[in-house]
Write a protein that binds this ligand. Structure first.
Ligand SMILES: *Cc1c(COP(=O)(O)O)cnc(C)c1O
Length: 377
């Protein structure tokens, strides 16, 4: 310890404590260099070409079949996609999936936003909401009263997970897998709609939504959308038509699709979900193992069974200013470990997505210790 006011020089990390890649953000997140290089190589035949032609449609086809393989989708499940990200998908779900009423597990900002969409929709009944404080073990409703049962697989704002599960009854199970998809194991047959966006475990850019849909979900979409006014960009029956043609209703970001396909191929070539989730699990064991029993740090999520393997949240005690720690890391090129802005805790949030090297995560913990030695009072 060199006192409460270390200089910038004191806080410069030695080379052996610098991760090979300093991106640990929870979205947008690290994009692998190899994927970017590959995009550059194919640029002239791909970027700036029509998304209605085979050059782009063949990549969309690879993405849809790659996702089918990665998640071992049961027969009859379809991969839908469209422009607008997971946030848009909530709006689309309020028109095309929720028939009258939805039930939501709310455990943080993202799960609460979907419940809010349902609450605000004038054509839907007041949703049933089962809410648990951030970081606590998620409660489940005793009975699901809605025709859609919605919950996040990983609540990115807090790093709390909910196992993908299908309750009794016949509500459609609609799971927000935005930050979990590709980094967490689950049984696709336990969900009817598992939706996500490519800027997290799929190491691409944002702006697209993807959804793994069961035959029951497809049936629901086709039955419900003709019964009400639905804006075309939110009309999931239009998304079904276009997805089956390996297209989107309106123009997508082609680079996003390409980088997503590269990440999928990388995962599949190395062993699929076992490989990808295994990397996240290895990183998680490192981070939580380091934080448990630490002089200043402790995992925010007390119940190890609900600690996220993809977005770790680590609390610091009052001797540490986590915001100053994040700033010191940033000054060394280690970025985006600030906590979710609305959570307001003395915390770091560290993404452990598959693209992030588990060895870099180990170096990061040592880098934090180096800085803490010099910053903590
Ligand atoms: C990031 C995230 C979202 C929002 O995704 P966008 O593509 O930015 O709309 C929604 N849900 C969860 C769980 C997320 O992590």
């Amino acid at each position: 310890m060199t006192g409460a006011h270390p200089t910038a020089d004191d806080l410069r990390l030695p080379p052996e404590l610098l991760p090979a890649d300093g991106r640990f953000g929870s979205g947008p997140s690290k994009v692998r260099d190899q994927a970017v290089a590959s995009l550059t190589e194919v640029a002239h035949g791909y970027l700036g070409t029509s998304h209605r032609r085979e050059g782009v449609r063949s990549v969309v086809r690879d993405v849809r079949s790659g996702l089918r393989d990665l998640f071992s989708l049961p027969d009859g499940y379809e991969v839908l996609l469209g422009v607008g990200g997971s946030t848009l998908f909530w709006d689309a779900a309020s028109f095309g999936l929720i028939e009258r009423r939805s039930t939501h597990i709310v455990i943080g900002e993202f799960s609460s936003k979907f419940a809010q969409v349902a609450r605000a929709a004038p054509h839907l009944d007041e949703p049933q909401v089962c809410e648990t404080a951030p970081g606590e073990t998620p409660a489940r409703p005793e009975t699901v009263e809605g025709d859609v049962y919605a919950y996040p697989h990983n609540e990115t704002s807090t790093g709390v997970t909910v196992e993908v599960h299908r309750p009794a009854g016949d509500a459609l199970v609609v799971v927000d897998g935005t930050s979990a998809a590709g980094g967490m194991r689950f049984d696709a047959s336990a969900s009817d709609v598992y939706y996500f966006a490519p800027q997290k475990c799929f190491a691409s850019d944002g702006g697209l939504w993807l959804a793994l849909c069961s035959p029951r979900a497809i049936e629901r979409i086709e039955r419900v959308t003709p019964t009400r006014w639905v804006p075309a960009t939110l009309d999931l029956s239009i998304a079904i038509e276009n997805s089956r043609l390996e297209q989107t209703y309106n123009t997508p970001a082609l680079a996003t699709i390409y980088l997503l396909d590269q990440q999928l191929k990388w995962m599949l070539e190395h062993g699929g979900l076992d490989f990808a989730a295994g990397r996240s699990e290895r990183s998680a064991a490192t981070v939580y193992g380091w934080a448990e029993g630490h002089k200043f740090a402790t995992p925010f999520v007390k119940d190890p069974a609900h600690r996220s393997p993809v977005t770790a949240t680590i609390d610091f005690d009052e001797r540490v200013d986590a915001a100053a720690l994040a700033a010191a890391l940033r000054a060394n090129g280690i970025v985006d470990v600030e906590p979710y802005r609305k959570l307001g805790r003395n915390q770091l949030r560290i993404a452990l997505f598959p693209a992030i090297d588990p060895d870099d995560v180990a170096i990061l913990t040592r880098a934090i210790d180096f800085l803490l030695e010099r910053m903590a009072v």
